[in-house]
Design a protein around this ligand. Structure first.
Ligand SMILES: [Zn+2]
Length: 62
């Protein structure tokens, strides 16, 4: 069964880049994940309070 619709869409609010990367078949097997989000968590102690875009390096609040 195809379940393409399970992959969320997530874009950087600043540069509009798609932050969801679909993994290759090998990676999907290796990591047991279908996709990863490329945004970077900015954390304070152990809680992430903001995200950073890897493309434009701007940050935004969760
Ligand atoms: Zn960006």
């Amino acid at each position: 069964m195809k379940n393409e619709q399970e992959i969320p869409k997530e874009y950087c609010p600043y540069c509009g880049k798609n932050l969801i990367r679909i993994l290759s078949e090998q990676e999907q097997k290796k990591y047991k994940l279908r996709y990863v989000s490329e945004k970077i968590g900015v954390s304070n102690w152990d809680s992430i309070f903001a995200w950073k875009c890897p493309y434009c390096t701007k940050t935004w609040r969760r």
